[in-house]
Design a binder for this molecule. Structure first.
Ligand SMILES: Nc1ncnc2c1ncn2[C@@H]1O[C@H](COP(=O)(O)OP(=O)(O)OP(=O)(O)O)[C@@H](O)[C@H]1O
Length: 365
């Protein structure tokens, strides 16, 4: 089998494209298709420092009835030698904080109060920054989702997330050298929480205003999706052609859409950059770009679903670029790099085998 590798230059990305994909830059264009959201922009610099500081420091806000900051009395079961010091409160009212730590109540009280009042007004929310949601940090909340019913849950999720750190520190890494400098204006988005059926979420790859592929977003097998494929494609085609491409400033982008029953409306969840950092889920970038290159000759794109016997193959694929070393992701697009990498692996393996056998013979001796 021959594989056509596409040049990496097909995925170079401009700073303006990344900026166009920031939530606040497209929300107003597609508001009627997007779940209700509040945009807080710009956020104070101290809030960014709060997210970037080590550890998670929750404010002890007496006006929030909070599971997280309710007092913990030291007793025999939870006694620590340094309990007194760690739990001592400073004048800011934040537990265990040294003075140089950012404290929401002291350093961004207006934003803190606004977050509380939004939750009071619209109920549970789910947060994100300009581009990313803290999907990798749900383990930190008792419900194991991104649903926040109090302000401290927002702080916990954002602070514990590597995806949020990516927005803060690496947003423009894939842009050309001269476009990387300067931080963006950060925004905090609170989306009204609703129960999404993950089976009905799709990622849509659009290149030069044409759809080149659609993938199921959740990497589980759902037996009813196959029969609905054409329905989804019709709705997605109409949405992309009539709603998104006439208004979105770039001709290539990646959409996340949600199509709940009774399959009459498409909701826009997110617009991602047409860039390597966007996870291709059931496709690879190489595959998509190869198809995209020959698009004029093909009639139709593929809506790819997880097949019944394929679940395991994709089980760990989602957001793989975030836990696989970058060298390996880079190599997956370049045959020479794959050869180099394979060679390094072989060397490492034989080195390890040699070490194992020598330590084995030492143990036997
Ligand atoms: N209003 C909402 N209520 C409940 N869940 C939501 C809401 N909006 C989004 N989600 C869930 O959060 C997930 C992540 O949202 P979103 O796509 O905005 O984040 P992201 O960081 O850009 O993700 P990715 O990195 O995969 O593109 C969605 O797939 C959806 O399941």
């Amino acid at each position: 089998m021959t594989v056509d590798y596409v040049p990496l230059s097909d995925l170079t990305v401009s700073r303006s494209h990344i900026e166009n994909c920031a939530f606040s830059n497209w929300y107003s264009l597609f508001k009627q298709y997007t779940p209700k959201s509040k945009i807080l922009k710009p956020v104070p610099q101290s809030f960014i420092e709060y997210l970037e500081q080590d550890g998670i420091k929750l404010p002890k806000d007496e006006t929030v009835r909070s599971f997280y900051t309710s007092g913990i009395a030291a007793n025999e079961d939870n006694e620590y030698s340094d309990w007194e010091d760690d739990e001592a409160e400073n004048s800011s009212g934040v537990r265990g904080v040294q003075l140089d730590h950012v404290d929401p109540l002291r350093d961004f009280p207006d934003l803190h109060n606004e977050l509380k009042s939004i939750i009071n007004d619209i109920g549970p929310v789910t947060p994100k920054l300009n581009w990313s949601a803290p999907k990798d940090a749900t383990w930190i909340l008792p419900n194991n989702t991104m649903k926040c019913i109090e302000v401290n849950e927002i702080y916990l999720l954002l602070n514990a997330s590597n995806y949020i750190m990516h927005d803060l520190q690496h947003a423009f890494d894939e842009c050309g050298q001269q476009e990387q400098g300067g931080r963006p204006q950060y925004e905090l988005i609170l989306r009204e929480w609703f129960n999404i059926n993950p089976a009905m979420e799709f990622r849509v790859f659009v290149k030069d205003q044409r759809i080149i592929g659609v993938t199921q977003r959740d990497i589980n097998y759902y037996d009813y999706l196959d029969a609905l494929s054409e329905t989804f494609k019709d709705l997605i085609d109409e949405f992309v052609d009539e709603v998104v491409t006439p208004k979105f400033p770039d001709s290539s982008f990646v959409l996340d859409v949600y199509i709940p029953r009774p399959f009459q409306k498409v909701y826009l969840i997110d617009i991602n950059p047409f860039a390597r950092k966007t996870d291709t889920l059931l496709f690879s970038w190489n595959e998509l770009l190869t198809v995209g290159g020959s698009l004029s000759n093909i009639q139709d794109y593929e809506l790819r679903l997880v097949k019944e016997n394929n679940t395991a193959r994709f089980a760990s694929k989602e957001h793989s670029e975030n836990h696989v070393p970058k060298d390996i992701v880079d190599a997956s697009l370049d045959p020479n790099a794959i050869r180099d990498l394979a060679q390094k692996w072989k060397e490492l393996l034989s080195q390890q085998q040699a070490e194992d056998s020598s330590s084995g013979s030492e143990e036997e001796a």
